[in-house]
Design a protein around this ligand. Structure first.
Ligand SMILES: *Cc1c(COP(=O)(O)O)cnc(C)c1O
Length: 466
């Protein structure tokens, strides 16, 4: 399998190359050159498989020649063996039609672990084959940072720099990053928003002075391997609910559009997905784009669901490329225009293409609180603010009753205790496995919202590529 850039101007790479590269050299994002497809009989044969085995089957066509089947299976066993639930991503029923897919049983209590536990192992595997070192530079709205740090702490040949917006992540989220004291982990807080942090990361990939001396890798969902790992749980859930014989819908709390794009990939692979509901908070660029064709970035409004406080959804570019007929030259021009204007219109082809599978909804603070109360009162289920936004959108949808609707539960409620308490009056407790975060010393470096300052810090602490 080869991977091509959404902007048509980068050399194609194999799976190993794309995992270690992150962003394409033309500024685009990598996608497989063709979608592998499973037949109904192949999917029926996957029903009931243990999660790591299912993961190896779904990932195999994407991994291609980069890993043997045995090696891939063994990495999946290691990555998912550490989850606190044997099902890895268990389904919980809320009502006759509604389900939660719990994605927070990994070490840092959010769905990011599902992909990053695998990605950390892939980095180690591929770096061991060469004499090169990887410098990971990431931006986090909260959950990617801790999941990435836990996935690569103390791994050989990798140094990680994680940039978070100062004061805009929850205490639990920050402490899950800053209390990891491995020698290869550097936390940076900047005076800015998540979008500022993400823009710095993208700039560093394009900066020849940095991305020549250092081999800069990505742990954000611009990295294809992350999305690949997330495709697996769409299959796991749908197969449990009757696929391939029955169609299933998903509601996905969305920020950078990575998680919901993995659902799109599952559909392209043959999984019978009736609908993908893109749920946003008041930072609703994805909702506006899908409902009106207007993709224009406003200012970020901080909310109780900080991992969705994003105005520019990187992975939306992948969907536009697909929906627009895979026109790399057209994407190059469209994205250059967007980067200049911070606004663009979707083409008619893109609107028609996205409309087939996607719907969207937006939830404000009250909608979120109401969904948390509904889950608590109807099912005795505490849910986090991000999940609540997904559930709000799921409950609003007009899907026929025979279509199960699965809301992705993207974080453990104890990661956001204030919002849960505001809605339900009950403060959720952190599971014991995360330890006493509040007793540990925090380590991070505070820098201004200035690319040069961040680049200088990274250059001073990273290991050159070879
Ligand atoms: C990252 C995150 C999201 C948004 O996921 P995207 O892939 O960026 O769309 C939603 N909820 C939680 C808890 C997250 O950590």
């Amino acid at each position: 399998m080869q991977y091509i850039s959404t902007r048509g101007g980068a050399e194609a790479l194999d799976f190993e190359g794309v995992t270690l590269t992150g962003l394409a050299s033309d500024g685009g994002l990598f996608l497989p050159d063709a979608w592998p497809r499973f037949s109904a009989a192949e999917m029926a044969a996957m029903v009931g498989l243990p999660y790591p085995e299912l993961a190896a089957r779904i990932m195999a066509p994407f991994v291609g020649e980069s890993l043997t089947q045995d090696r891939l299976r063994s990495l999946c066993n290691t990555a998912y063996g550490g989850f606190a639930h044997d099902a890895v991503t268990p389904l919980v029923q809320l009502s006759a039609q509604h389900w939660l897919l719990e994605l927070f049983h990994g070490p840092t209590l959010a769905f990011k672990d599902v992909a990053l536990q695998m990605l950390g192992l892939l980095f180690e595997e591929f770096l061991a084959r060469s004499d090169s070192h990887l410098t990971i530079v990431g931006a986090t709205s909260g959950d990617t940072g801790s999941a990435a740090i836990h996935a690569v702490a103390d791994r050989a040949k990798v140094v990680i720099f994680m940039i978070h917006p100062a004061g805009r992540v929850s205490d639990v989220q920050r402490r899950q990053m800053t209390t990891v004291h491995a020698g290869n982990v550097h936390n940076i807080a900047i005076d800015g928003s998540f979008d500022d942090a993400q823009a710095m990361v993208k700039r560093m990939f394009a900066d020849q002075a940095m991305n020549g001396r250092f081999r800069i890798g990505a742990v954000n969902s611009i990295n294809w391997a992350r999305l690949m790992a997330q495709v697996v749980y769409y299959f796991a859930a749908a197969l449990q609910l009757g696929a391939p014989g029955r169609r299933v819908a998903f509601s996905v709390p969305t920020g950078n559009f990575g998680d919901v794009f993995a659902g799109y990939v599952a559909a392209r692979m043959g999984l019978p997905i009736e609908r993908l509901i893109v749920a946003t908070n008041v930072n609703d660029i994805a909702h506006r784009a899908l409902s009106t064709g207007d993709y224009s970035a406003g200012e970020v409004t901080p909310t109780a669901a900080p991992s969705m406080d994003i105005q520019i959804s990187s992975n939306f570019e992948r969907l536009l490329f697909e929906a627009g007929g895979r026109d790399g030259v057209g994407m190059q021009a469209q994205m250059a225009n967007f980067e200049d204007q911070r606004a663009m219109r979707l083409s008619d082809l893109q609107i028609a293409g996205t409309g087939e599978l996607f719907r969207s909804a937006r939830a404000d603070h009250d909608d979120m609180l109401r969904a948390m109360r509904w889950a608590n009162e109807h099912c005795g289920q505490a849910i986090d603010p991000h999940t609540a936004i997904g559930l709000h959108a799921a409950l609003q949808s007009d899907l026929p009753p025979q279509v199960p609707v699965v809301t992705l539960a993207t974080a453990h409620p104890a990661k956001f205790p204030d919002a849960v308490e505001e809605a339900t009056g009950r403060r959720p407790e952190l599971p014991e496995r995360v330890g006493d975060l509040f007793a540990l010393e925090e380590r991070f470096t505070h820098l201004p919202n200035d690319y040069a300052a961040v680049a200088e810090y990274v250059a001073a602490h990273a290991t050159p590529a070879r």
